[in-house]
Design a protein around this ligand. Sequence first.
Ligand code: PA5
Length: 462
Amino acid sequence: MIKLNYRNTDAMVIGKENGLNLKEEFAQYKDTITKIIANLNQRKDKPGQWLQWMNLGYNEETVWYVKEFASMVKGKFDNILVLGIGGSALGGIAVTEALLKPYWNLLTPEQRNGLPRIFFLDNIDPDTINGLLQVLDLKRTLVNVITKSGSTAETMSQYMIIKNLLEKELGDDYRKNIVATTDKKTGVLRQLADQEGYKTFVVPDDVGGRFSVFSAVGLVPFALVGLDIDQIMNGIKDMDLALKNTDINENIAAQGALIQYLMDTKMGKNLSVMMPYSSRLKYVSDWYVQLWAESLGKEVNNNGEKVNVGPTPIKALGATDQHSQIQLYNEGPNDKIITFIRVENFDTTLEIPRIFDYTGIGYLGGKTINDLINAEADSTRVALADYSRPTMTISLERIDEYNVAQLLYMLEVQTAIAGELYNINTFNQPGVEQAKNYTYALMGRAGYEESAQTLQSKMATV
Ligand code: PA5
């Protein structure tokens, strides 16, 4: 199981001004946390609660269909191209970057065991889209278009460009190159997929985008590139069982949530940094940033009062950002809590040869890069504690399906518990809508004519 070490958030380590009296806080919040966890588990099956993501580890039927589809198309495509944005892409990127061999798309087919390369288009930069289309043979590409709403402008505009090209190249056969993941009944993509006869997978009801990585949204691309989705399920199930424990002293998601909440609301540390010491986990930070920001940044609380809460998440990468952000983290405003992710065993042990005897670098010879990266993680943590900066460390035994699934699921539960502590709706995102509506207006979508007028007059001055 993954572990959480929160010692460096305690006043005994970093001092009273910046640290928490954890013994006292855990005792004080014991009942609240027990109620929150029990309540989340009671509510999870009720429609409209947006908690179905807590059941995804047990969704054997979807796993079966996904595996069947992956084996049916095995060997037929050289590339998987995922179209999606936000919650429909970030989990897929985080998990494939973590679990596929590094530089997967540059390996030969033999080195990839005949499995396809994978690309995610999660933005609408025309140069990037065009650039990718120049290098992909669309005839040999399976396009997985993912959108829960079925009408997200970024995703659907990409889909329209690519569908058009596919049809030109393949005629009616183009349908075999598209698989759609969307709502089971509603939305334009559902309508289109049914009309055109695409293979489809369902984004289950009551699973929001940023909590959808373990639904078909993530599982389809994972299975297509050969990841072991049974082990992913095992990781979630074991973590889910552990996190059903309502005792704050035994539940790492509750500990992480409470500490982050108190650091923000009581100690003024309203920036939450996620810093894995592993390049393979770099995109877990991107996924976490969306999860934490969209879930916790809210204008009103559950009582309808205006509160404008939410810690600001920041991504960083160890050891790279020691040479970029750590100066600020050590000596700048003491307004952050940093979560490190540490990998105990890397797949590779890379020895540094003893080839130089210079005082400045000779000591490195005979050590491993593995020793170096973990020594840097330890030194940074201790240095931050010297400066009275709070940090926590999540440790993974290794980077594999089981551990990465545990990590992501734990962070999802931590977010849900934090949302309850802030007393906000963790699962909505009203703040995203305003700009979306303005975009529809600017692009001439029917029904948005009034917004377009307001927007035109505002754009002259804003
Ligand atoms: O987390 C969310 O709900 C959002 O980030 C969505 O995933 C994102 O806006 C994409 O939405 P959709 O899947 O409907 O295209």
